[in-house]
Design a protein around this ligand. Structure first.
Ligand code: SAM
Length: 279
């Protein structure tokens, strides 16, 4: 019934990150942690053959799923007949969650994400965080360690800073490769993300946070006086009480927020002066 290429009649696609969860113990745990209520708006990314979809539908009657693989969508349509169940055959990275947000009820997102594009999906979902109630994902363990990482560790990076600005992150439990088919090479972790209403500094927009972290962590061995020299002078770092001799991994979320706020106001001052000079 199943071999490397075939999963109960389904042709497994490696490029779509298809590793099907088949361990009832962990499926139960996942459902318990998500704890769906009947009227909540639930949305699953990558339902596959419905390992999580089916038990969620027993508890909730407002579930939508998005799946990119047409064969799996056909399988789900045949096997799950339920009036309150919507299926989108689409790439989640092109899905506009705002069109879906109609009842003013926040959406609960969950899924066993395709590992190869899980970071992309997480970055993409950040732009919709205001309409999400919470998100529960099964991810590569190493990615979850990076999401939760604190400064001065090797796991701490741009993903940690950005995700922790947008969400409160809790790693819930680990799942071994033997719980999936086909066997992935890595361990997985189940994680909860809750939109962070109170980041250390509320930024008007995260453009500068994105660009500063990109620059700093792309040269993480350099001290910030050098890696961020195009954006801040040594004096400006000192003015903000941030040592210019630190490296990207030594700065915490508050430091990055302060740098972003400073740069944003410096740029808008420059912009205003440039506009003035035009007259
Ligand atoms: N939820 C199922 C389970 O736990 O057994 C399957 C999880 S499998 C790791 C990831 C699923 O995401 C696959 O069904 C795959 O086809 C789907 N997928 C991959 N890329 C996608 C994308 N860009 N948009 C939507 N679904 C995608």
């Amino acid at each position: 019934m199943k071999d490397k290429k075939n999963y109960f009649g389904h042709r497994i696609s490696k490029s779509l990150g298809q590793h099907f969860l088949e361990d009832d113990f962990f499926i139960k745990n996942i459902i318990n942690f998500i704890n769906p209520k009947p009227k909540e708006i639930m949305f699953e990314i990558g339902p596959g053959m419905g390992a999580l979809t089916k038990p969620i539908l027993l508890l909730n009657d407002n579930l939508s799923v998005i799946e990119i693989d047409k064969n799996l969508v056909n399988f789900l349509k045949k096997n799950i007949v339920n009036k309150r169940f919507n299926i989108f055959l689409q790439d989640v990275l092109k899905f506009n969650f705002r069109t879906f947000f109609s009842e003013n009820k926040k959406i609960r997102i969950f899924g066993n994400l395709p590992f190869n594009i899980s970071n992309k999906i997480i970055f993409y979902l950040m732009i919709f965080k205001d309409i999400f109630f919470d998100l529960h994902f099964l991810l590569q363990k190493e990615v979850v360690q990076r999401l939760c990482a604190i400064p001065d560790t090797k796991e701490y990076g741009r993903l940690s800073v950005l995700i922790q600005y947008h969400f409160n992150v809790t790693s819930l439990f680990d799942i071994p490769p033997t719980s999936f088919f086909p066997l992935p090479k890595v361990h997985s972790s189940f994680v909860r993300l809750i939109p962070n209403k109170f980041p250390p500094i509320l930024l008007r927009e995260t453009y500068y946070l994105n660009s500063i972290t990109k620059l700093a962590f792309s040269q993480r061995r350099k001290i910030i006086k050098n890696s961020l020299s195009g954006l801040f002078s040594e004096n400006e770092f000192l003015k903000m009480n941030i040592s210019p001799f630190l490296r990207a991994e030594n700065l915490n979320l508050l430091d990055y927020c302060r740098l972003s706020k400073y740069l944003s106001s410096k740029r808008s001052c420059l912009h205003t002066n440039e506009q003035k000079n035009e007259y």
